[in-house]
Design a protein around this ligand. Structure first.
Ligand SMILES: Nc1ncnc2c1ncn2[C@@H]1O[C@H](COP(=O)(O)OP(=O)(O)OP(=O)(O)O)[C@@H](O)[C@H]1O
Length: 229
């Protein structure tokens, strides 16, 4: 059974353009990447896996569990999919402290913060070394600290799969290299399978074992990287 089994067909239309996505891939590695040039459809695939973009046809299975199967009328809403997303700009809530941002992850499960939820938040604060920052607002954090909070918040939802949408692309080159190393180290400690979206072969090489290559809404290759996070 593959860790991730995806087939998605959809058409995005605006007044001036139309984009046809038709992808199918199975990924087996713990850390995978979806790599392709700008506009190739990477984020659309990611959002469709998370249930945030509607696919006209296809299926999404994680470790054998079906989240979407249009032929069988299965389409779990995003909040019922155990998929964590780390967005490009980290999308932290600016008015919430680090601790509240993490608590929101637990709330997203539709649960009140009970003792188990509080313990999970505290464990993530320790795991990502955020103790001294728990009362800080995101605007007072460095890029690396924001990245740690975003990862911890995504993991607070107890996901089956963690999706990372270009987590390094907004950074300048020296910071990017440092945070790439830090992210590789953190992902190595995360037991959850990951799918990273990137246009950068260096990100894919450092952060993924299996790379699915996209171009113009199609899968054009699938390769294994010798590196393991
Ligand atoms: N609502 C829409 N209507 C029409 N086209 C759209 C719409 N949303 C996105 N697109 C187009 O779909 C294509 C795929 O977009 P997507 O964001 O998935 O690509 P990407 O590979 O993630 O790009 P990038 O690396 O630049 O983020 C792009 O050409 C984009 O312009």
């Amino acid at each position: 059974m593959s860790a991730l089994d995806v087939r998605l067909q959809c058409t995005l239309r605006s007044a001036e353009r139309r984009f046809d996505l038709d992808v199918a891939f199975e990924a087996h590695a713990h850390h995978c990447a979806l790599m392709g040039p700008s506009g190739s459809g990477k984020s659309t695939v990611l959002m469709a896996i998370a249930g945030l973009v509607h696919a006209a046809r296809g299926h999404v299975r994680i470790a054998g569990q079906t989240l979407l199967d249009t032929a069988r009328g299965v389409d779990l809403p995003a909040r019922k999919r155990r998929v964590g997303v780390v967005f490009q700009d980290y999308a932290l809530f600016p008015h919430m402290t680090v601790e509240r941002n993490l608590q929101f992850g637990v709330h997203r499960l539709g649960r009140r913060i009970d003792t188990g939820g509080m313990e999970r938040v505290q464990a993530l604060i320790r795991q990502f070394d955020l103790q001294a920052l728990r009362s800080s607002l995101p605007r007072n954090l460095s890029g690396g600290q924001r990245q740690r909070v975003a990862l911890a918040r995504a993991l607070a939802t107890e996901p089956q799969l963690l999706l990372l949408d270009e987590p390094l692309s907004a950074l300048d080159v020296p910071l990017r290299a440092r945070l790439r190393r830090e992210l590789a180290e953190m992902l190595g400690r995360v037991p959850v399978p990951t799918l990273l979206v990137t246009h950068d072969p260096q990100d894919a090489e450092a952060l993924a074992r299996e790379v699915i290559q996209l171009d113009n809404g199609r899968v054009v290759g699938q390769v294994f990287s010798p590196k393991v996070c």
